[in-house]
Design a protein around this ligand. Structure first.
Ligand code: XMP
Length: 491
């Protein structure tokens, strides 16, 4: 049918059937019958089909938000960091490796020396990897151990076999954590090599890791006790994805408009080549989720919301977007319709714990935030003072300065568009990430308490949202009172 022959109502229906793309400030969770107290609420969740988190908070893959330090801190508190990709592939892989090496129940990729290596070589390995001891192996057979004390004051040209301890305290594969702990304590040692029945080195348990495990009981870990770590990928950079796949638990596509045939094709290829679970996004509509479910076999999760980020100008510049709350509800419906059981990560625009609760109510399993985490000590952005107050740098990945690094230009289309879709600025400094997480988790628990939901699944099925009128939204904040902060500003 030619365009001019179309009935006029086709155009009018764009207004008649117009959708209401509500966002966080437009709704409230209606209080429900509560049978649990906020302190009893369970906030455990799935971030992908396979991977669980103990709190539903994920940091954005942005170069002023998530590098190793943020990813380690978040995983220790039970959340997840997605390491950004605005750098060379080697740098990103190194950041992921740092997270995976930060803690372990049993270290499997043990760094070793041979008896004929020199003391100098052993020392430089210890320094490079920031470790205090190395098992000594011949082939894969454990024959000794050297520690910092053995090599620090020895001549660099001596051989490892001249300074190593030959009688190694070791344990067999299958030794429990408690047994390992007693061995370490009884022998006053810090490292316990794990060996097979044939005496081949198969792992290493360290005292430091046991201490850290006790210190962070709620950490998000993999099956070997390493902290969970995700990494951002471009579907068009298969080589980088394959390198990251060796270390990261989860890969997250970092594309502003995932619902695009070229992106789908590239992602399909990528999924066939990697073993990690892949979270795909960003998407914002029922149709996008439906197509992804139908065309991509291994979707591990959906990253949802387009144009809501605090540094985004996408929706302003292009007048295209899907607010995170609306997008979450759309995608949740598609996931439910197909019984796909794919977790949804609501990404962008999260300002308060209540926003997170609303996103979860709309069907999300976790929320992703950049702005809230950029404020923390662990984010890589620069710390500055303005008027006696501390701020941290925060920028969109489509901002002119982030684009100048060029590595993630293809986030915004292929080939990359010339228009910036983000801004750069400053966010107030908040201190350590656990302070921000404490506020988020306690606030979320309180919201769930009001909703009468004892876990996130109950929030999906029991809680109801109500739309606010503009005067309702105004009433929802403090009003008719002069606040101390405003008083100070006037003085
Ligand atoms: P918040 O609200 O936490 O949102 O700052 C973070 C999310 O914003 C997205 N993001 C961008 N979106 N232009 C955009 O349109 C950008 O430059 C940009 N940088 C990040 C991303 O989804 C992130 O998780």
């Amino acid at each position: 049918m030619k365009t001019e022959e179309r009935p006029r109502s086709t155009f009018a229906s764009k207004f008649k059937d117009i959708q209401l793309a509500l966002t966080f400030g437009d709704v409230l969770i209606l209080p429900g019958r509560a049978e649990v107290e906020p302190s009893e609420v369970d906030v455990h969740t799935h971030v992908t089909k396979r991977h669980k988190l103990n709190i539903p908070f994920v940091s954005s893959p942005m170069d002023t938000v998530t590098e190793s330090e943020m990813a380690i801190a978040l995983a220790r508190q039970g959340g997840l960091g997605v390491v950004h990709r605005n750098c060379a592939a080697e740098e990103q892989v190194e950041m992921v490796k740092r997270v995976k090496r930060a803690e372990a129940l049993i270290i499997r990729d043990v760094i070793t020396v041979t008896p004929n290596d020199t003391v100098g070589q052993a020392l430089s390995l210890m320094e490079r990897h920031n470790i205090s001891g190395l098992p000594v192996v011949e082939g894969s057979k454990l024959v000794g151990i050297v520690t910092g004390r053995d090599v620090r004051f020895a001549q660099a040209t001596l051989l490892v076999k001249q300074v190593m301890t030959n009688e190694v305290v070791k344990a067999e594969e299958g030794t429990s954590l408690e047994e390992a702990q007693s061995l370490l304590r009884d022998h006053k040692i810090e490292k316990l090599p794990i060996v097979s029945k044939a005496g081949e080195l198969s792992g290493l348990i360290t005292f430091k890791d046991i201490l850290l495990r006790g210190k962070y009981p709620d950490a998000a870990r993999d099956e070997n006790g390493h902290l969970l770590c995700a990494a951002a990928v471009s579907p068009f950079d298969l080589e980088r994805a394959k390198k990251l796949d060796e270390f990261a638990d989860i890969l997250v596509t970092d594309v502003s408009h995932f619902h695009n045939v070229n992106v789908f094709k590239a992602t399909k290829k990528l999924m066939a080549e990697v073993s990690a679970e892949v979270i795909v996004g960003n998407i914002g509509t029922y149709q996008a989720a439906e197509d992804a479910i139908a065309e991509l076999e291994r979707v591990g999760g959906f990253r949802v919301g387009i144009g809501s980020g605090s540094i985004c100008t996408t929706a302003e510049v292009t007048k295209a977007g899907s607010p995170t709350l609306f997008a979450t509800a759309q995608v949740s419906d598609a996931v439910a319709k197909y019984g796909a059981n794919i977790p949804i990560i609501a990404d962008g625009g999260i300002r308060t714990p209540g926003d997170a609760a609303i996103a979860l109510t709309a069907g999300a399993s976790a929320v992703m935030a950049g702005n809230l985490f950029a404020r923390c000590r662990e984010s890589p952005g620069t710390l500055i003072t303005i008027g006696g107050r501390y701020y941290k740098q925060y920028r969109g990945m489509g901002s002119p300065t982030a684009r100048a690094k060029r590595y993630s230009l293809d986030r915004y289309s292929m080939p990359s568009k010339g228009v910036p879709e983000g801004v750069e600025g400053w966010v107030p400094y908040k201190g350590e990430v656990n302070i921000v997480l404490d506020e988020l988790v306690s606030g979320l628990r309180a919201s769930m308490g009001y909703a009468g939901a004892k876990n996130i699944e109950e929030l999906w099925h029991k809680a109801t949202l109500a739309a606010l009128s503009p005067s309702g939204a105004e009433e929802a904040g403090p009003h008719d009172i002069l606040l101390p902060s405003e008083t100070q500003e006037r003085v």
